[in-house]
Write a new protein. Sequence first.
Length: 404
Amino acid sequence: MPEPLRLLRIIARLNVGGPSWQVMVLDERLKNRGWESLLLHGQVGLGEASLEDAARQKGVRLQVVPELGRRISPWSDAVAFVRLLGLLRRVAPDVVHTHTAKAGALGRVAAAVYNVTRSPRHRCLVVHTFHGHVMNGYFGPTTNRLVRVAERGLARLSDRIVTISERQRQDIVARYRIASPGRVSVVPLGFELEPLVDLPPAERARKALGLPADVLVVGFVGRLVPVKQPLALIEAFAQLSASHPTAVLLVVGDGELRPAVEHDVARRGLSERVVFAGWRSDLPNVYSAVDIVALTSRNEGTPVALIEAMAAGRAVVATDVGGVADLVEHGTSGLLVSSGDMRALGDALARLAADPDERRRLGRNGRAHALARYRADRLADDLDRLYRLGLQEKRHDSPLESAR
C-alpha cells in the first residue's frame, strides 16, 4: 500500500463560518482517499465562537499558530511566517492548501520560500481557496487597490487557485484580474447536510429556542459584522412588521455589531419581536423553527447559511451579491434582491410571509439543488482530483508513489 500523501492546510482561525466547516468536514474523507492531513490555525477574535473543540471531536489533527490571527500586526505576522516556514520544513508536505486572506498570504509566501530549497521533484503544490474575497466591500478605494495588487502577486506564487462559485471565478479572473483563467478552478462547497434533511418537529424546535408556536418566523444565521449588513436586516424586518405585526425575527450569531443591532431593535420598538439566540450548535432546531431565511450581505462567496437553509427545505431571500446567484435561482429556489435595496428585501419577505404554498415550493426546489450539489463527498472527490493532477504537473508527471 502506497505511503499517504501529506497535506498541510492553513487557515487564520477556526471560527464559526464556511471556511472552517470546510476544512473540518474534509479531514476524514481525504484520509480515506490517501491523504495525511495537518491543519494549522490561529486564534479566534473577540466575540467569535470557536470550532476547535468540534474539530478535535471529529479527529482533525490540529496545531495552533497563535500569531496566525485575523488582524494584521507586523510583529505577530513575522513570527507567524517563521513558524509556518519551520512547520513546512518539518512536515515536508506534498500539498499546501491555504484558506482566508491573511493565512493565504503568509502561507503562500512561506511555501514559495520552502520550495526554493527543494528539488523540483520534491516541491509542494501550492493551492489557495477564495471562500469570499476582500477586493470589495471591506475597505476604501485606495486599500482595495492595494489588496488587488497584493493578491496578484500572491497568485503568481500559487499553482492552483480555487473559487467556490462561477461568479466568484469571474471576479478573480476578469473583474479584478488576479489570476489567469487556466490557473483558477471552481470547486463548490460541500457539507454534511444529512442532519438537515430530517428535521425535528417545528413546535419542539421553537420551544427549544423560546419562540411562539403559531407565528411567522424569519431567521438570520451569521456573524453580526459590517459585511453582513445586519442593520439592513432590521430595517427590512421593520417593513415586514407593518403588514405582519406578529412576525418574529430569530437572529442566530454574534459579532461586533450586536450592540448596535440591539439598540436599533429597541429604537424601532421591536424588542418583543426579535430574539437574539447567539451562536447555536443545534442547527436542525434552528432551521426547523423558521419559515424564511434572510441574508442581507453586501459581499459573499457562497454563503453557508443559505446552503443549510435550502438543504432544510426553507425558503430564502437574499441580496444578489458574489456567488449567491450561483446558489439561488431567483423565483425557482429563492428570491434575490439588489444589494442595498432594503425596500425590495422587505417586499420579498412580505410576499413569502403571505404565501405558504410559495414558501413550500421554493423550499422543495432549494433542497433538491443543495443536496445534489453541496455534499461533502463530492467536495472531497473534487479536491483529491485537483491535488493529484496538480502535483503530477508540478513534479513533471512523475508517479505520485515515488514523488518523494
